[in-house]
Ligand binder design. Sequence first.
Ligand code: G3P
Length: 225
Amino acid sequence: MTELKTPLIVVNFKTYAEVEGPKVLDIASACQDVAAETGSCIVVCPPLVETARVAAAINIPVFSQHIDSKAAGANTGWITARGVKAAGAVGTLLNHSEHRMMMYDISASVKAGNEAGLKTIVCADNSETAQKVAAYEPSYIAIEPPELIGGDISVTDARPEVVREGVEAVRRIDAHIPVLCGAGVKTGKDVRKAIELGAKGVLLASGVVKAKDPRVVLRDLVARF
Ligand code: G3P
């Protein structure tokens, strides 16, 4: 696994049809190739059921899309931190807008992730949530206004103040937690703007997963650091 460094480009594959079954390796390999070509840090979040397949095939960091705080044992259908670690993940997303969690579950899952040696990215819909989850000491916080997710206008253009305020809110609690931003991010210009707003990277999905040629998009994303 290549080391995690900022600026971080986190590509969430969600559960798009484009990444079902073995097809997932096409986009995962594109991410790996562009990371190798450019020396940039690209993290992939495959569909949960494909975590092990992807982690076995590539050498860039793989994060799971979610974990629960359950321990190993009789917990049918839950996703354990130890389980995703054993599958080859080095980190996990938590509290994505499409997989919201209660505050106490976020806190418990960050703890479970830490205990298993996983990095955690906790998503937050605004600066208030970002400030609250900063107290749980995740590895990263990703600000994503839900209404812009999957759209064509980047959060960095549509709601730059949300990114700026999120960065400040997290800094007030713990200046060491890097803040990422996402929703509508698709280009290197968007990444550049995110960094100017104080973010240390981006979390994106459709711009890469649904692209005609994901490599072209990925190269552009990392071109303007
Ligand atoms: O997790 C990334 C995300 O929710 C943003 O999605 O498609 O707007 O890049 P998208």
